[in-house]
Design a binder for this molecule. Structure first.
Ligand code: FE2
Ligand code: FE2
Length: 200
């Protein structure tokens, strides 16, 4: 759709007016819709719905920051130092995800929802108070797998509708898959048995 519009403009400029008119037209259109920020007339997605979806991703990421930070502080037991480090690193990365998602909400004209009230119900993953190191690792693995599943759907949903979000979510998903893998490795290292089936 976008290319059809651009092609038509190019033809008009070739036949009737110099190219500069098109630039001016584009500038005046951009000026007219200046209040829309990153939303140009060619934007394909439903902005309101997009912001709502991103608010839920933001909540999911904030819950992940809280869970990993709490785990990094509370982890105790044999070889817990290396696990604490891993939890800390993940907490920082989840914070980066939250920030990126919040920035995109802002670009779309929305107000990123950081309100602690209702946070757990907006989030796709849960905040579980795990009793010991193994349970912490298990809960994180579950949360990461939920996030991966959810984000894969969103990548498919956004497709060409909002390629900026699609690319952002692809980057976040790759990171969540690493997190899930890290948690799985930790579980095997501490428990011996893999929780997930072996596909080799
Ligand atoms: Fe994340
Ligand atoms: Fe993660």
């Amino acid at each position: 759709m976008l290319f059809v519009g651009w092609e038509r403009e190019m033809k008009v400029s070739k036949n009737e007016t110099p190219f500069i008119t098109d630039v001016e037209e584009l500038r005046s259109r951009a000026r007219k819709s200046i209040n829309n920020g990153a939303i140009t007339p060619a934007y394909q997605a439903d902005v309101k719905q997009t912001i709502e979806i991103l608010q839920s991703v933001l909540a999911t990421e904030i819950v992940c920051v809280l869970r990993y930070t709490m785990n990094a502080v509370a982890a105790a037991g044999i070889s817990s130092d290396s696990v604490k480090e891993e939890f800390d690193e993940h907490a920082k990365e989840e914070q980066g995800h939250a920030r990126a998602v919040a920035e995109r909400i802002n670009q779309l004209g929305g107000k990123p929802n950081f309100n602690p009230e209702g946070l757990a119900s907006r989030s796709a993953s849960q905040y579980v108070d795990a009793a010991n190191l193994i349970d912490m690792i298990k809960e994180n693995l579950i949360a990461e797998r939920i996030a991966c599943e959810h984000y894969r759907e969103l990548i498919w949903y956004f497709g060409d509708k909002d390629s900026t979000i699609r690319v952002m979510m692809e980057g976040i998903l790759a990171n969540e898959e690493e997190h899930a893998n890290d948690m799985h490795d930790l579980l095997v290292a501490h428990e011996g048995d893999p929780m997930l089936p072996d596909h080799s």
